[in-house]
Design a protein around this ligand. Structure first.
Ligand code: AMP
Length: 208
C-alpha cells in the first residue's frame, strides 16, 4: 500500500493532532512544514528570519522556498517508504510541482467551518518544557499552566486574532482549491473534522 499521505484542512482543523496519531500507528514519519519553518525561525538563520516575518503576518512563504525545503526533507531515508505531510502543499503551484516528483497514496481533508476553526485556534496553547499541545477550552485548562508539568503555557506567535483572520482567508483563497484538484485525481478522503479527536481518527482510519 502506498503510504505517502497529505493532510489538508483549514488552520485549526486538527491536522497536526491527527497526523501525529497516524504517524505513530503506521510507523511513518510526520513532516510538518510549519514546524520546519518555526524551528528555522528559532535558530536565527537567514531563512528563519524571513520565515518568521512572513509567518507572524499570517502569510504563505514563497512556493520555490517551500518546495525546495520539502524536496530536501523527503530525500532523507526515514521518508523513503512513506510519510504524512502536514501543511504542504498549500497552493496549486506547490501541488503541481509536487506531482512531478511524488505519487501520493491519499489526501486526507479534514473539514471544519471557519468560525469553529477560529474558536479552536484561539484556545491553542503549547508547553515549551514538555512540548505538549493543548486546547484551553477542550482540555478545560483554567490556569494557563501545563497539565503535565505545570509550566506556563504559551501561544503560537501566529495564533493572534489578526493573524488568524489572514491565515483563514489565505486558506480559503489559496489552499481550499486543492480539494477539487485531488478529488479529480480520485485520491481525496474527506473527513468531518468537527468531531472529537478519537472520532475523527476512527473515520480517518476507516477511509484509508
Ligand atoms: P502551519 O503550522 O502549518 O499552520 O504553518 C505555519 C506557517 O508556516 C504558515 O502560516 C506559513 O506562513 C508557513 N508555511 C507552512 N507550510 C507552508 C506551505 N506549504 N507554503 C507556504 N507557507 C507555509
Amino acid at each position: 500500500m502506498n503510504q505517502k499521505f497529505v493532510m489538508l484542512g483549514i488552520p485549526g482543523a486538527g491536522k497536526g493532532t491527527q497526523a501525529k496519531k497516524l504517524s505513530d500507528k503506521l510507523g511513518i514519519v510526520h513532516i510538518s512544514t510549519g514546524d520546519i519553518f518555526r524551528n528555522a525561525a528559532k535558530d536565527g538563520s537567514e531563512l528563519g528570519k524571513k520565515a518568521h516575518k512572513i509567518m507572524t503576518a499570517g502569510n504563505l512563504l514563497p512556493d520555490e522556498i517551500v518546495i525546495g525545503i520539502v524536496k530536501e526533507r523527503l530525500s532523507k531515508k526515514d521518508a523513503f517508504d512513506g510519510y504524512i505531510l502536514d501543511g504542504f502543499p498549500r497552493t496549486l503551484n506547490q501541488a503541481q510541482e509536487f506531482d512531478k516528483i511524488e505519487d501520493l497514496g491519499a489526501v486526507i481533508s479534514l473539514t471544519l467551518e471557519a468560525d469553529e476553526a477560529v474558536n479552536r485556534i484561539e484556545g491553542r496553547r503549547s508547553c515549551g518544557s514538555c512540548n505538549g499541545h493543548f486546547n484551553v477550552y477542550l482540555d478545560k485548562i483554567e490556569t494557563n499552566k501545563c497539565p503535565v508539568c505545570n509550566e506556563e503555557l504559551t501561544l503560537r506567535s501566529d495564533d493572534t486574532k489578526d493573524t488568524i483572520k489572514v491565515r483563514i482567508e489565505n486558506y480559503i483563497k489559496q489552499t481550499a482549491p486543492l480539494e477539487d484538484y485531488y478529488s479529480s485525481k480520485g485520491i481525496l478522503k474527506e473527513i468531518n473534522g468537527n468531531q472529537s479527536v478519537e472520532d475523527v481518527y476512527k473515520d480517518m482510519l476507516a477511509a484509508l
